[in-house]
Ligand binder design. Structure first.
Ligand code: SF4
Ligand code: SF4
Length: 55
């Protein structure tokens, strides 16, 4: 997944990730690619700004 320019860093995606593999760091999102093994796409569907998409 990538962050597009319109991410507001609200943290909603990090809050819903069942694997806890998204961390919001000020103006960056850090993904733990190893933990995100299921590719459930919950984060993509949750983002109110559509800032995430599959890589
Ligand atoms: S839910 Fe969307 S806008 Fe909010 S931090 Fe995640 S990617 Fe950014
Ligand atoms: S696809 Fe699922 S497991 Fe991977 S970062 Fe998004 S919510 Fe987490």
């Amino acid at each position: 997944m990538i962050i597009k320019d319109w991410c507001s860093y609200c943290g909603a995606c990090a809050g819903v990730c069942p694997k806890n593999c998204i961390e919001v760091k000020e103006t960056n999102l850090v993904f733990d690619e190893d933990e995100c093994s299921e590719k459930c796409d919950i984060c993509i569907k949750t983002c109110p700004l559509h800032a995430l998409e599959k890589q």
